[in-house]
Every structure is written in C-alpha cells, then in structure tokens.
Design a protein around this ligand. Sequence first.
Ligand SMILES: Nc1ncnc2c1ncn2[C@@H]1O[C@H](COP(=O)(O)OP(=O)(O)O)[C@@H](O)[C@H]1O
Ligand SMILES: [Mg+2]
Length: 122
Amino acid sequence: MIRTFAALNSKGGVGKTTLLANLGGLLADMGARTLLVDADPQPSLTKYFHLSYEAEQGLVEVVTGGTVSHLAISRTSVPNLDLIRSNDGEAQLQHWLHGRDDRRVRLARALNNPYRALPLTT
Ligand SMILES: Nc1ncnc2c1ncn2[C@@H]1O[C@H](COP(=O)(O)OP(=O)(O)O)[C@@H](O)[C@H]1O
Ligand SMILES: [Mg+2]
C-alpha cells in the first residue's frame, strides 16, 4: 500500500522541507520504503540528505515522462530512503505544465505509475 504526504505552500520558510525531511527519515527508520520527491526548483530537500547514489534524471523527467523510471530514483545514505531530486533549476516545469489539461494530476499519476520493467539501480 502506498501512502502519499505532501507539503505545499507558495510561501517560503514555513517548514515544508523540514517537515517532510523529518517525516521521511522517521518512516524510513521505521522500515517503510520511503520516496521523497523534491518539487521545489530550489532543491533544499535534495540537499538535505547525503546521496549515496545520484540518479541522472529527476523531477523533470518524471513529470514530463509521466512515470517513475529507475533512472530518476536517487539513493540517500539512510536505509529505505530514496529521492526524486529537483532538477528544474530554471523553473521551466511550470511553463511546460501550463495549459495542459492534466497539470494538476500529472505528478500524482506519475507516482502511481512506476516503471517496473528494470531492476532498481544500486
Ligand atoms: N518546527 C520548526 N520550528 C522551528 N524552526 C523550524 C521548524 N520547521 C522549520 N524550521 C526552520 O525554518 C526555516 C525554514 O524551513 P524550511 O523547511 O526550509 O521551509 P520551507 O521549505 O517551507 O521553505 C529553516 O531554517 C528551518 O530550520
Ligand atoms: Mg523548502
């Protein structure tokens, strides 16, 4: 069973990153396979944990491709804690999404549509 928690607010500095980094770390410590998704062009969550493996892809490919490929899953050094890193430094994703009918559900659908054909990269 997959559960999704999101923190969103257009105001910065209200604790979104801190809340989800701690929640993710706690869930992973409890043994739950946990995937953090950094959707902020300023990649604070991406920098929060040390990455033991940095995937070449990130949020841009997940949203535009509509699926979570193993190529987009980075590993943190915390067991059970993986990350889709923010790689939208120029904040272009909002322009790509603008005007698309599925813009409000695109990320949710991608997260529910993992690409399973290949094993995860270690
Ligand atoms: N519960 C809290 N109590 C005190 N300070 C906090 C709390 N949550 C976050 N902070 C601090 O507030 C600042 C902004 O938090 P951050 O998680 O980066 O916000 P956001 O992601 O919404 O921009 C950081 O310096 C963080 O350490
Ligand atoms: Mg933040």
